[in-house]
Design a protein around this ligand. Structure first.
Ligand code: SDX
Length: 429
């Protein structure tokens, strides 16, 4: 007999099955709760609610553990590439060298955008948010491949995944070039994934940009650590939209919109803005800490719904920031020094440690992006490029799961009781 939980309501006792995951996580399965008891659960923000079973990513927030398909993030950051990590997340296994070569070829074939799609960029103001552009153009991408709205066969899914993975860079780079009034630079299929992106971002028609290998390595690592993070807000959005059988392009476009928020993928912008305010002398570190403690501001890049200890990605990115800046000769980027000072002040203050607030993935990521020459408004876009394989993997896992049901949460209604309609001439203001 499998383990159960007993729920006692009045004179009734309800037995609910316990579900145990492969890493020992335990859940009370409430699938039959309303039907058996008439009760629902209420959990604003879903802090205690699992939406699905998934075999993609495992996070232990108490121990600071993050694994993609069982591989520790530290190992992948050290030894893998972004494309290999993306294939691991999407297809479930580390690729053989032939599989990786074949996927790279497919990515190379998918780098360009249809010329009709290029007109989209003309429709946005130069100051338009690159996240709005990215979401709009990704959704439009699907209209050029309506046959890929249905990806039942593995080959069609693989092609759709490759199109998204490859073109997301081109769209992001073109949006950046448009925003600064520079001619777009077409992808060069001879370059690797990250090198090609930096080429499209920073080359000029008369001068090819040759990034240092340390910059390419830092971008690879940045994308690897952002590649997935189980049921975060944007991934849950992709799964929510996909659960209605909406296509992969529409679901990913929705995930981009969810990621845009300051509490999620937009936090890396907030971190840099805070560091720059301190650098300009508008705020000191102690004043910043005081404003946080008196709840005037949140410390962006700190805190996490799941990590109640150090986010392993923050440790990796902090080391990478130091390494990249040293390699580029900016040993003392003032913002990195301020970030360290802010971290030290917070981690020595019971307000933060008492609430288990530690640096998260966003606290040091912006330092790396700045060192790569990527402007602040593009930071959430970089997060989206990294997170894309995770969104694709989760959409596909849900799409192929025969037990998937459309996401339709319940609610507890707290509005007015039934009322009589009053004709407008009889209404009193
Ligand atoms: C990402 O979910 C994921 O996996 C996300 C992500 C991923 O890879 O997809 O890891 C990426 O989004 C990382 C988080 C980026 N966001 C930020 O850095 C924004 C700042 N952080 C907070 O807004 C907050 O920590 C959240 C949104 C990340 C988590 O919010 P929770 O879990 O709802 O926490 P909470 O608001 O209930 O906070 C609990 C307490 C509260 O204080 P009290 O009411 O108990 O007095 O901690 C405080 C909060 O006020 N608190 C903070 C804080 N975060 C929480 N106080 C100051 N600064 C903060 N950053």
């Amino acid at each position: 007999m499998s383990e159960t939980a007993k729920l006692i309501i009045g004179d009734e006792t309800y037995e609910l099955p316990i579900v145990v995951g492969s890493e020992g996580e335990r859940a009370i399965d409430t699938t039959s709760l309303r039907q058996d008891s008439g009760y629902i659960t209420l959990d604003p923000g879903y802090a205690n609610t699992g939406s699905c079973k998934s075999a993609i990513t495992f996070v232990n927030g108490e121990k600071g553990v993050l694994r993609y398909r069982g591989y520790p993030i530290e190992t992948l950051a050290e030894q893998s590439s972004f494309i290999e990590t993306a294939m691991l997340l999407i297809f479930g296994e580390l690729p053989t060298s032939q599989e990786r070569a074949d996927f790279r070829t497919l990515l190379g074939e998918q780098e360009f955008l249809h010329t009709d799609l290029m007109h989209h960029f003309e429709g946005f103001p130069a100051s338009g948010s690159p996240m709005a552009i990215l979401s709009a153009v990704i959704n439009s991408l699907g209209t050029f491949s309506p046959d890929l709205y249905d990806v039942v066969t593995p080959d069609r899914f693989r092609l759709a995944a490759a199109k998204l993975m490859s073109k997301v860079r081109t769209i992001a780079a073109f949006a950046f070039r448009k925003s600064i009034g520079r001619p777009i630079i077409y992808p060069n299929t001879k370059l690797g994934y990250c090198h090609n992106f930096l080429h499209m971002m920073f080359s000029m028609p008369y001068q090819i940009f040759e990034p240092r290998y340390e910059a390419i390595d830092a971008l690879e690592l940045f994308l690897i650590v952002h590649a997935d993070h189980e049921q975060n807000c944007s991934c849950s959005t992709v799964r929510m939209v996909g659960s209605s059988e909406a296509n992969l392009f529409a679901s990913v476009a929705s995930g981009i919109c969810a990621l845009w928020g300051r509490l999620h993928g937009g936090a890396n912008v907030g971190v840099i803005e805070t560091l720059q305010r301190i650098q300009k002398g508008e705020l000191t570190v102690p004043e910043c800490i005081e404003k946080v403690k008196t709840k005037q501001i949140k410390l962006m890049g700190f805190g996490h719904r799941v990590y109640k200890s150090f986010d392993p990605r923050a440790k990796i990115l902090k080391r990478a920031a130091h390494k990249l800046l040293a390699a580029m000769g900016h040993k003392h980027d003032p913002l990195l020094a301020i970030a360290q000072e802010l971290e030290d002040a917070a981690l020595n203050d019971p307000y933060f440690t008492g609430r288990k607030l530690y640096p998260n993935v966003d606290f040091y990521s912006g330092i790396i992006l700045r060192a790569l020459g990527i402007p602040t408004p593009m930071f959430p876009v970089m997060f989206a490029i990294g997170r894309l394989p995770g969104w694709i993997a989760h959409w596909n896992e849900e799409f192929r799961d025969p037990t998937t049901r459309i996401h339709r949460p319940r609610q507890i209604y707290v509005g007015p009781h039934v009322r009589e309609y009053v004709a407008i001439e009889n209404r009193k203001g």
